[in-house]
Design a protein around this ligand. Sequence first.
Ligand SMILES: Nc1ncnc2c1ncn2[C@@H]1O[C@H](COP(=O)(O)OP(=O)(O)O)[C@@H](O)[C@H]1O
Ligand SMILES: [Mg+2]
Length: 250
Amino acid sequence: MVSENSPDRGVSCKGLTKEYGQGQSRVLALRGVELDIPPGKLNLLTGPSGCGKTTLISVIAGTLNPTAGEVFVFGINLNRLSKKKVTAFRAKNIGFVFQQFNLLPALTAQENASVPLVINGWTKATALKRAADVLRSVGLGDRLNSLPSQLSGGQQQRVAIARGLIHEPRLLVCDEPTSAVDAASGHAIMQLIRSVAILPNRVAIVVTHDQRVLPFGDRIIAMEDGHVLSVKNQEIDVARLNGKLELENA
Ligand SMILES: Nc1ncnc2c1ncn2[C@@H]1O[C@H](COP(=O)(O)OP(=O)(O)O)[C@@H](O)[C@H]1O
Ligand SMILES: [Mg+2]
């Protein structure tokens, strides 16, 4: 059976394990992850370096196959789809912001951000127009024609975020999205991600080490050594987060 409902049609991980390498170099990166992520919330994934955060979100986003276990994304078991179907599902429904940005070096910021729309069949002209709007919303309206090599790390990170959000994916996964930006930009980025995350039927997972990001999360998922240690819900002080942004932009 290809499709199966998780209880709430968000993301559900059952008994996930992931091994890298073999013999002496074998690493057990995920050791049986059980995790349910309901929609409409911003989930932060935290934990020490090397505990398996990037591995877990890569498996959830269908870019990496688990060694054992299953992942359901909006009720769909990605491991049971053909490669072609996973690619099509990902293009339409998943946005991934990589830790290393992964921008295409020969494309401008605007072209990079437009890629998910072009893949989804938008004309180049409309995709570029929309890309310009999204880049403006991350403060890069004046760098549309810059190549990645002409941008700072923080600017490249914001292009990567624009590209991750542009097709309004139902599942948004961001790996350390504020690691290269200053406090004010980090705040604006988290507000943008949060505004997308809290829409009904959306799931957002943000991997972060950044203490400044923690107040934005509805749920804090703590990992350690390939396991989920705890999941805590917290109340969000929306007024405070909004107020702070205005202050920093002033
Ligand atoms: N491609 C890979 N090949 C071998 N080992 C890997 C690979 N990717 C990650 N690992 C190992 O798996 C463990 C978890 O890594 P990772 O998921 O990147 O952790 P985190 O994102 O929490 O820092 C680490 O021990 C790491 O060295
Ligand atoms: Mg990582």
